[in-house]
Design a protein around this ligand. Structure first.
Ligand SMILES: Nc1nc2c(c(=O)[nH]1)N[C@H]1C(S)=C(S)[C@@H](COP(=O)(O)OP(=O)(O)OC[C@H]3O[C@@H](n4cnc5c(=O)[nH]c(N)nc54)[C@H](O)[C@@H]3O)O[C@H]1N2
Ligand SMILES: Nc1nc2c(c(=O)[nH]1)N[C@H]1C(S)=C(S)[C@@H](COP(=O)(O)OP(=O)(O)OC[C@H]3O[C@@H](n4cnc5c(=O)[nH]c(N)nc54)[C@H](O)[C@@H]3O)O[C@H]1N2
Ligand code: SF4
Ligand SMILES: [Mo]
Length: 681
């Protein structure tokens, strides 16, 4: 018997836990937490522990498939790739912007780099985006405005140094379990934990101060905290004076948000807001952690800016145990953004609108005709497809038929395309609609790098062979590029692609294989080979042109939909511990599937008794987009007037109900956390 332990990085969330893949005679048999890994120190959450189970499933995609007369038939790689190449050439000749690409936060840096390079250098379009749009797009936009850089300011281990932790719109305990471990450690060392959330989540249950509030009222809540801090003179005057600008403007606006006045809007008791503001401001070092509760709104960018305002006001930036920390979701969403799988940025956040950057990239890639105008974002792509302005799409490792807002609309959009390619590891709801489906190698079957939420770049390593004819994503893209006559895709391995990434991505320039093969990887920015990497950002200066952090005063705006007589509830959506997104992987993992086989809607116990609904009843939840039937879960842990549905389950899909009609103006985020809804038995 041949047993191997291959050091690896978890394929699920952005915590970036280290684990060993255990293979027995070439078959994946288990994982073992990596004890020397500095982030998780030998611990894994349930998803990580069972991450091997989906890999060896029988229903993995094993050969390319081509749809004929509405049915898929097996095809060779030659046939499938030649067909795709000839179709893409046709559209490219007509107009490159008839094509759009979705990259993947599940794939490696090397794969995302290859796909964005393909879109730009081979096709000539900036229409490349991925699920970060529905995730931390507003964090990137908001923190770029205030701090000049849109990533977690501090590292995960550093959270332990905090004397106060303020979590808003993140269910850290369930969604970032190994970051949660650091929060609990800080708490056991005496840190005060403040949690603001419309639900008393497992995270909120551990809070010293819990702030309940109505979905969509983050700005008045944060402004009210700042109001108290300024009124009571608790702001960090020295930090404001030396390191920031715009304070007077901020002061004028937050003056209007007295806790007693916002109470009616947020439903948070004013004395709780005052208490939280004092505890946060008086702490030696206070860290803010946030996630989708802050970003998934049409005011997502403004919400993020408000968290930055609060941190700068109290001098909680650029030091240990502090910072503004957007907890990035997917294993490699930080990396996919770093690699330029975004319509407005090249690798390393070099702006598409910057003519110099565009010239630099066209030179590096040996191509011409790249426009300096940002391409379409995820939701804009769907809208353009519906109108016939897009004719073909190439989707690598995303499942918008479950994860994008307003699925009925997504379906109509994808069906209006003339040509759709989906490259995945399973036959997903989205792949069902494709003209060509390409089988990809999964995590555990390939080499490459992931970048975790704390900007830590680390290796994944091939432990087992991919099933059937499945191939690595980068290899498929490079083959396709060569079939289209493109140069610059003669890569023989992810390591060769990484060398090119280093050349064009300043933050990654100092990373080489020897340095990356250490268990701790490297934190970007790492500009040269002697640079140790950067766990904490903005210690001396912000990344803005003049080095100063900028306060932007923010006013409250109502969400796109507010409850009315017909739709009296606020529906919010999110996640649970045991499942991951569209369930393509966790629902194929027998252990995780057993924990929770289908979806549910959470409803407050008083609301439920008024409507005669009991736990376990089938109910209908309806919004202006559509309706679903789903099991009720009655609980006192959700605020009155609010419903919560996890979006993992296609048969009772939350996204049948969400809206894509209004978007955050800066980040193009739809309102995934607020819809007006009704519920009946
Ligand atoms: N188990 C598991 N873990 C995951 C994932 C998964 O699918 N499953 N996905 C990963 C990804 S990609 C991401 S982005 C992260 C997401 O991680 P989180 O953002 O922590 O997860 P969510 O459940 O989407 O939402 C977080 C919280 O926002 C609250 N909320 C609802 N409305 C509002 C509001 O208006 N304001 C505020 N402030 N809060 C509100 C919800 O009650 C919920 O507790 O998780 C990552 N980790
Ligand atoms: N209502 C609502 N909707 C949401 C959210 C919400 O909170 N509420 N959250 C949003 C957020 S934060 C996110 S990040 C998105 C996530 O949305 P998606 O990215 O669409 O969700 P996933 O299920 O992670 O899809 C990843 C796909 O990649 C495939 N895959 C896995 N590994 C590989 C690989 O190595 N190669 C290839 N080619 N494919 C692979 C999987 O099988 C799966 O089909 O959903 C968003 N949608
Ligand atoms: S916390 Fe995230 S990275 Fe760590 S084991 Fe769980 S899913 Fe994987
Ligand atoms: Mo996400």
């Amino acid at each position: 018997m041949n047993i191997e332990y291959v050091p690896n990085t978890c394929p699920y969330c952005g915590c970036g836990c280290g684990m060993n893949i255990i293979s027995v005679n070439g078959e994946i048999e288990g994982v073992e937490p990596w004890k020397r890994h500095p982030m998780n120190e030998g611990k894994l959450c349930p998803k990580g522990n069972f991450a091997y189970q989906f890999v060896s499933r029988d229903d993995r995609l094993k050969t390319p498939l081509i749809k004929e007369n509405g049915e898929f038939r097996e095809a060779s790689w030659d046939e499938a790739l030649d067909l795709i190449a000839s179709k893409l050439k046709e559209y490219r000749e007509e107009d490159p912007d008839l094509l759009a690409f979705l990259a993947s936060a599940r794939c490696t840096n090397e794969e995302n780099y290859s796909l964005q390079k393909f879109a730009r250098a081979v096709i000539g379009t900036q229409n490349i985006d991925h699920c970060a749009r529905l995730c931390h797009g507003p964090s990137v936009a908001g923190l770029a405005q205030t701090f000049g850089s849109g990533a977690m300011t501090n590292s995960i281990i550093d959270i332990e140094e905090a004397s106060c932790i303020f979590i808003i719109g993140s269910n850290t305990a369930e969604q970032h379990p190994l970051i949660w471990r650091r929060v609990l450690r800080a708490k056991s060392k005496g840190a005060k934990l403040i949690v603001a959330d419309p639900r008393i989540t497992p995270t909120a249950k551990q809070a010293d101060i819990y702030l309940p509030f109505k979905p969509g009222t983050d700005i008045p809540l944060l402004n009210a905290m700042m109001n108290v801090i300024i009124e009571e003179g608790l702001e960090d005057k020295d930090f404001i004076e030396k390191r920031t600008k715009g304070f007077e403007e901020l002061k004028e606006v937050v003056k209007k948000y007295k806790p007693e006045d916002v109470e009616e809007l947020t439903l948070t008791p004013a004395d709780k807001i005052r208490e939280a503001a004092r505890v946060y401001a008086e702490a030696d070092s206070a860290a803010i952690l946030f996630a989708m509760g802050i970003t998934q709104h049409i005011t997502g960018t403004d919400n993020v800016i408000s968290t930055a305002n609060l941190a700068m006001l109290t001098g909680n930036i650029g030091k240990p145990g502090a910072g503004v920390n957007p907890l990035r979701g997917q294993n490699n969403v930080q990396g996919a953004c770093d690699m330029g799988a975004l319509p407005a940025f090249y690798p390393g956040y070099q702006k598409v609108i910057d003519e110099e950057a565009t010239e630099k990239m066209t030179c590096a890639w040996g191509c011409s005709d790249l426009k300096c105008t940002p391409g379409l974002t995820v939701v804009e792509m769907m809208n353009a497809a519906e109108k016939g302005e897009l004719k073909a799409m190439y989707i690598m490792g995303e499942n918008p038929m479950v994860s994008d807002p307003d699925i009925q609309h997504v379906k109509e959009s994808l069906e209006s395309l003339e040509f759709l390619v989906v490259q995945d590891i399973f036959m997903t709801e989205t792949a069902e609609l494709a003209d060509v489906v390409l089988p990809a190698a999964a995590w555990a079957e390939k080499d490459g790098t992931y970048t975790s939420t704390e900007r830590r770049v680390q290796y994944i390593r091939k432990a087992v062979e991919a099933p059937g004819d499945a191939r690595e994503d980068w290899d498929i893209i490079c083959d396709l590029a060569k079939r289209m006559g493109a140069e610059g895709f003669d890569f023989n391995s992810p390591a060769e692609i990484f060398e090119e990434i280093r050349e064009v991505t300043p933050q990654y320039a100092g990373m080489n294989p020897e340095r990356l093969s250490k268990p701790e990887g490297l934190h970007w920015p790492c500009p040269d080979e002697s640079h140790p990497g950067t766990p904490i950002l903005h210690t001396e200066q912000f990344a803005t042109p003049d080095g100063l952090g900028i306060f932007f005063p923010i006013e409250h705006k109502d969400p796109a939909e507010v409850p009315d007589e017909e739709y009296p509830f606020i529906l919010t959506t999110g996640r649970v511990l045991f499942h991951y997104h569209t369930g393509s992987m966790t629902r194929r993992s027998e252990t995780l599937d057993r924990e929770l086989p289908t979806g549910f809607v959470e409803i407050n116990d008083e609301d439920a008794s008024e409507l005669g609904i009991r736990s376990g009843d089938m109910v209908k939840v309806r919004t202006r987009r559509g309706e679903i039937e789903i099991t009720a879960r009655v609980t006192p842990d959700i605020m009155k007037g609010v419903l919560f549905i996890p979006f993992h389950f296609a048969e009772c899909a939350a996204n049948m109900l969400t809206s894509s009609s209004e978007l955050d103006p800066a980040a193009k985020m739809p309102e995934l956390k607020v819809s007006a809804a009704s519920i009946e038995k």
